[in-house]
Design a protein around this ligand. Structure first.
Ligand code: CP
Ligand code: NVA
Length: 304
C-alpha cells in the first residue's frame, strides 16, 4: 500500500471515512468490554508538538498503547526542531525510526513539507488551518447520538479558524450543510479552507439566524493558539457571538452542542449551554481516543 497521510479532512474519501467510523464503533465497544486488541504491536508513533495540548496528546498516546504499540512525545522546546533543524531533515530521520507520526504545528505548509519527506504516514494533530482528527471525533459523536449526518445542518458560531475550516471540508465530503456566522473581519476564506467549492456552507450576519433550525450547534475559542497577540481585540469583536440558551432555543429541539475544548465559559459559550443537557462535549473528547485508534489502524494496516 502506498503511504497514506491524514493532513486534512478531505485526504480521506467519503467511503474511507465511513469505514473509519464503522471501525471506531467496533474498536470502542471492544475497548469498553475490556477486550485486548493489539494489531499495532511493536509499532511506534512519534508525536511532535509545537503547541500545547491535553486531549490530543493523551488520546494519541493512550490509543497507541491500547493498540499494542508505543508512543514517543517530542516537543519543539527540547528537540532540535526548536533550534532550527530543517523540517525536511527531521522528517527523514524521524520516519526511519518510527511507523507513524502525528504533528501539531503552526502553518499547514510545515506538516506538508514533513509528509513529503516522510517514509511513514503523517497525521495532522492541529495546524493553524485544520484540525481533522477533531472533526472525525465530532462527526462520530453525532452519528452515535443521532445517526447519519448527511443532509443535516451544523451551525458554526464564532471564529473561522482551523476547526471551522475542517467542518467546511467535512460538509463537502459527507454531504451536509454548515451555517456559518463570524464577526465582520473574521469571515471564512474558502481558499484557506481548501474547499472543492460545491456550496455546502451558507454565511449569516446574525448568529441567531445561523443557529435557527440547526441539528448541531458548535463553536470554539475566540483566540486560537498562535493568535494570542489579538486577544484583547477579539474579546471586543466576538462579544455577540456567544452560544447561549437563547441561541440553543432557536436550533432544532433535539440539537446537540459541541465544542472541541478547551472552552472559555462566559466567552464563546455560556456555562448553562456547555454544562447543559444538549452538550455532548465529554463524549466528543472521549471519542478522540476511539476514532484515532481506528484512523491509525487504517493508515497502517488498511482495511482489516
Ligand atoms: N481539542 C483538542 O485538540 O484539545 P487539546 O488542545 O487539549 O489537544
Ligand atoms: N482553535 C483552537 C483549537 C484548540 C484545540 C486552537 O487552534 O487553539
Amino acid at each position: 500500500m502506498s503511504i497514506k497521510h491524514f493532513l486534512q479532512f478531505n485526504d480521506l474519501s467519503r467511503e474511507e471515512l465511513l469505514y473509519v467510523f464503522e471501525r471506531t464503533r467496533i474498536i470502542k465497544s471492544q475497548f469498553k468490554a475490556y477486550q485486548q486488541y493489539w494489531p499495532l504491536q511493536d509499532r511506534t508513533l512519534v508525536m511532535i508538538f509545537e503547541k500545547a495540548s491535553t486531549r490530543t496528546r493523551l488520546s494519541f498516546e493512550a490509543g497507541m498503547q491500547q493498540l499494542g504499540g508505543s508512543a514517543i512525545y517530542l516537543n519543539t522546546r527540547d528537540s532540535q526542531l526548536g533550534r532550527g533543524e530543517p523540517v525536511e531533515d527531521a522528517a527523514q530521520v524521524i520516519s526511519r525510526m518510527s511507523d507513524i507520526v502525528m504533528i501539531r504545528t503552526f502553518e499547514q505548509e510545515i506538516i506538508e513539507r514533513f509528509a513529503a519527506n516522510s517514509r511513514v504516514p503523517v497525521v495532522n494533530g492541529l495546524t493553524n488551518e485544520y484540525h481533522p482528527c477533531q472533526i472525525l471525533a465530532d462527526i462520530f459523536t453525532y452519528i452515535e447520538q443521532r445517526g447519519s449526518i448527511q443532509g443535516k445542518t451544523v451551525a458554526w458560531i464564532g471564529d473561522s479558524n482551523n476547526v471551522c475550516n475542517t467542518w467546511l471540508q467535512a460538509a463537502e465530503v459527507l454531504d451536509f450543510n454548515v451555517h456559518v456566522s463570524t464577526p465582520p473581519g473574521y469571515e471564512v476564506e474558502p481558499e484557506r479552507a481548501n474547499l472543492y467549492g460545491n456550496n455546502h456552507f451558507e454565511v449569516f450576519a446574525d448568529p441567531m439566524d445561523a443557529a435557527r433550525g440547526a441539528h448541531l450547534v458548535t463553536t470554539d475559542v475566540w483566540t486560537s493558539m498562535g493568535f494570542e497577540a489579538e486577544n484583547e481585540e477579539r474579546l471586543r469583536d466576538f462579544v455577540d457571538w456567544q452560544v447561549d440558551a437563547d441561541m440553543m432555543h432557536v436550533a432544532a429541539a433535539d440539537a446537540l452542542f459541541m465544542h472541541c475544548l478547551p472552552a472559555h465559559r462566559g466567552e464563546e459559550v455560556s456555562a448553562e449551554v456547555i454544562d447543559g443537557r444538549q452538550s455532548v462535549v465529554w463524549d466528543e473528547a472521549e471519542n478522540r481516543l476511539h476514532v484515532q485508534k481506528a484512523l491509525m489502524e487504517y493508515l497502517l494496516l488498511g482495511k482489516v
